[in-house]
Design a protein around this ligand. Structure first.
Ligand code: BV8
Length: 247
């Protein structure tokens, strides 16, 4: 089918679907200027792969290096804003209360800033920190030394980003809500993800196995293409508004 026929097919599915689940990845924020997860490993961090930075082991071994990577990404977030894709999803959710469940792998806050306050954030948030080890009564934070992760001056407990690292379990309530939405939906839109990371990527298989239609929006092939009914080789911020704004 030509692209316009595919687009109108997806528009029709959106208009007809009582329950829509949306799974987004780093490509959703790309047009806001947020590097995709694998593109974030450029410059100073080009020589590392995600598993060498986004893990507790890496943080314990090289706290300054890992903290600097997150501080760099966090600082970049201050400069960016939700794009037309984020706004189109939030606008649809506002016009159709209860019909759309937004599940994101992203650790930026752009869906939330666009107005989707009940976004299911599977991998936590880049903007929050927490103690690396269970906090003791002594744990408090002194002013941050440049480049160093904040730490308790008494016991040395470190602050870490409140993201889910590789090898860490996802927040159980968020994962359960995402799995229920994938299980129950009539349509899943999969936007801007390579489909490499689990269990998030498995949600597209869950939707497919329970009879939902799956539409992918991604300029490149992804590991989830085999379960897609339609793949729109488009950019999220360009593709989502015309798909959603007519409903
Ligand atoms: C866990 C936070 C239990 C940190 C991230 C099977 C089952 C369970 C686990 C596993 C499994 N198989 C393997 C595992 C282990 C592992 C895993 O998945 N490894 C991968 C590398 C194979 N999973 C885990 O460890 C998970 N934990 O399962 O707990 C457990 C416990 C102990 C031991 C084992 C298991 C935890 C995973 C969470 C990791 N944390 N983020 C941080 O951000 O620093 S994941 C990270 O990857 C980001 O959140 C990112 O969102 C996510 C996925 O990547 P994408 O979003 O897809 O981004 P990517 O750059 O890859 O792709 C961008 C896409 O966008 C591309 O396709 C591109 O074409 C497209 N694009 C670009 N521009 C646009 C666009 N699309 C549209 N429009 C555009 N403009």
């Amino acid at each position: 089918m030509a692209d316009e026929a595919l687009r109108s097919q997806v528009r029709q599915w959106i208009a007809e679907a009582p329950r829509i689940a949306v799974l987004t990845g780093a490509g959703m924020s790309a047009e806001s200027g947020v590097p995709t997860f694998r593109d974030a490993l450029t410059g100073l961090w080009a020589r590392f792969n995600p598993e060498e930075l986004a893990t507790e082991t890496a943080f314990r071994a090289h706290p300054q290096r890992v903290w600097a990577w997150y501080a760099h990404r966090r600082a970049a977030l201050v400069q960016v804003a939700p794009n037309a894709g984020h706004l189109a999803l939030a606008g649809f959710a506002l016009r159709h209360p209860g019909r759309l469940t937004l599940i994101t792998q992203n650790v930026d806050d752009l869906h939330q800033r666009a107005g989707l306050v009940d976004t299911i954030a599977l991998h936590g948030s880049l903007l929050d920190d927490r103690w690396l080890d269970p906090p003791r009564t002594c744990c408090h934070i002194e002013p941050i030394q440049d480049g160093e992760p904040p730490s308790c001056p008494v016991c040395g407990n470190l602050r870490r980003p409140s993201v889910v690292w590789f090898g860490e379990s996802l927040p159980s309530a968020a994962l359960a809500a995402a799995e229920a939405a994938a299980h129950d939906c009539d349509l899943m839109l999969v936007v801007g993800t390579s489909g490499v990371v689990y269990p998030a990527a498995g949600l597209a298989f869950t939707a497919h196995q329970h009879g939902a239609r799956v539409a992918i929006i991604n300029p490149e092939p992804s590991d989830l293409d085999p379960v897609a009914d339609v793949c729109l080789r488009e950019l999220a911020a360009q593709s989502l508004p015309p798909l959603l704004e007519t409903s």
